[in-house]
Design a protein around this ligand. Structure first.
Ligand SMILES: *Cc1c(COP(=O)(O)O)cnc(C)c1O
Length: 498
């Protein structure tokens, strides 16, 4: 099976090429040319399998140019209890009857990004062997917090790779900064940028397309690659956990095969919920895909009206990983919903780049309405939802999961739908300890991060996960900070010194 570009159907590449390259040359995203089907027997056969075995079954349908041994090497390397604090890799918590929380944050950085970024280095190194043999890969990442740390943990000490992460000096939480600047590993580099996330991202894009730098890299036998969520190697691992949770619920007797479930996803770049869409298209019995946004509700408006308009105020919220106005992976959904109309996609995304706005056709609007429900909430409503879940069910959730839970409650009130439901939980609450402690009634005035965390532990009877606790005593290794114009020198100096 090959992968096409959403903006040019004449481009067709293997999965290895799609993963190694990341983005198609003309700016399109790689999508599978057909979506493999899962039968009832296929899904039932997963029930008695482990997470890596389930992942193997899904990947071999998408990565048809990988050998079975290569896929086994990838899934077994990534999904082991060396990297995750749960033998099941993700955990299912029962909030109340028929409503389940899928905890996707049991990996080394305590956010769901680990589910994909633990395996991406394996997928990338196998892919690179097939298509760019012999070259080392230099990963560049611009991050607003979670991706940077998860990518560092994924790529640390992976042979044939190095990684440089840029983050906005004043744009990440104390815990996120501590996690990144204490990163261990011989092939990692972290640097703050005097600017915001957009400056970091533009700086990285400029490095990718800098011809002088490219020549310099060629002479060192190195090629650049990206670990952000437009890469098929980051999206495909996310399909696995939706199919896996269904198999687990069948196995535990919570559902019978064929029962449909709703899936609620706190959404930013539209990667996580798109993976749930792929699972549904493969044949997983899914009722509604519920897209939850914070005050940056560009997706809520789009799903409800068919008009995408990024010309709006940008809010900084307590769920920062969803503070985003351009949801890149939406392009993949629209490609599928237009039956692969590359001209149409190129036109819409051209308009988005030029005017910040496009409107889809009535046909696409109707398909979106059928598949999705969308809602949003502000910070106060998020905190109220966190408190309510804690008071009523003794379940402590992070701010992103809080948005999802609130929007799900609104959905139920609006529709009366009693379908069993899985809520994707994307981060451990201790990653956003200040907002979570305030949500459950704590006062954080004048307190530092670790004091707040101790109080949150006392107040809730829960424990900060070990990887976050460990950052307290780890040595800060990376103190560098540069102007945007200095980013390429940071990369070159690092690569030359290796
Ligand atoms: C990245 C992230 C999201 C948003 O996921 P998308 O795939 O970008 O929609 C939600 N919650 C947390 C904690 C995240 O790190």
């Amino acid at each position: 099976m090959n992968y096409k570009s959403t903006r040019d159907n004449s481009i067709s590449v293997t999965s290895a090429k799609a993963i190694a390259q990341g983005l198609s040359e003309e700016g399109g995203l790689f999508v599978p040319e057909n979506i493999p089907a899962l039968t009832k027997d296929d899904i039932l056969s997963l029930c008695d399998k482990t997470y890596p075995e389930r992942a193997f079954e899904i990947f071999r349908r998408f990565l048809t140019d990988f050998t079975d041994d290569e896929i086994r090497y990838c899934v077994n390397g990534a999904y082991s209890d060396k990297n995750f604090d749960s033998a099941d890799i993700s955990e299912i918590s029962h909030l109340y009857s028929g409503t389940y929380i899928l905890e996707l944050w049991h990996g080394p950085t305590c956010a769901f990004k680990d589910m994909a970024l633990q395996i991406l280095p394996y997928l990338l190194s196998v892919s690179a062997k097939k298509v760019i043999d012999g070259k080392d890969i230099a990963i560049l990442v611009a991050t607003s917090g979670d991706t940077g740390k998860a990518a560092l943990e994924g790529f640390k000490d992976v042979a044939g790779t190095s990684i440089t992460v840029f983050y906005p000096e004043d744009g990440v939480s104390d815990m996120q900064k501590r996690q990144m600047t204490t990163q261990e590993g011989g092939n990692v580099n972290v640097c703050a940028v005097k600017g915001n996330f957009d400056d970091c991202q533009n700086g990285v894009k400029a490095i990718f397309t800098n011809e002088v730098l490219k020549k310099e890299l060629d002479s060192m036998n190195i090629t650049f690659s990206s670990a952000n969520s437009i890469n098929w190697g980051r999206l495909s691992p996310q399909i696995v956990y939706y199919i896996s949770v269904y198999a687990s619920l069948v196995k535990s007797g919570d559902i019978e095969y064929g029962d449909k479930i709703n899936i609620v996803v706190p959404t930013g770049n539209f990667g996580n919920i798109l993976a749930a869409y792929y699972a549904k298209e493969m044949g997983l019995p899914v009722n509604k895909l519920i897209c939850a946004s914070n005050a940056n509700n560009v997706l809520t408006d789009f799903i409800n009206t068919g008009v995408y308009d990024r010309n709006r105020h940008f809010y900084t919220t307590i769920s920062p990983s969803m503070d985003i106005l351009i949801s890149s992976n939406l392009e993949r959904l629209l490609y599928h919903l237009t039956d692969g109309n590359d001209k149409q996609i190129a036109e819409w995304f051209g308009k988005l780049a030029k005017d910040g706005r496009y409107e889809v056709t009535d046909d696409v609007k109707a398909k979106i309405k059928d598949l999705f429900y969308a809602g949003c909430c502000d910070d106060n409503a998020t905190k109220d939802a966190i408190r309510q879940a804690f008071d009523e069910y003794s379940y402590l959730m992070d701010t992103h999961t809080g948005v999802a839970y609130k929007v799900y409650n609104d959905y139920k009130a609006a529709t009366g739908d009693e379908t069993k439901t899985v809520i994707a939980s994307t981060a451990n609450p201790y990653k956003f300890g200040k907002a979570v402690y305030e949500a459950v009634g704590g006062n954080t005035d004048g307190l530092d991060e670790f004091t707040i965390i101790e109080k949150l532990e006392e107040h809730t009877g829960t424990k900060m996960p070990a990887p976050l606790a460990a950052t307290k005593t780890k040595t800060v290794r990376f103190t560098g900070s540069v102007e945007k114009s200095g980013m390429s020198d940071v990369v070159l100096d690092f690569l030359r010194s290796r």
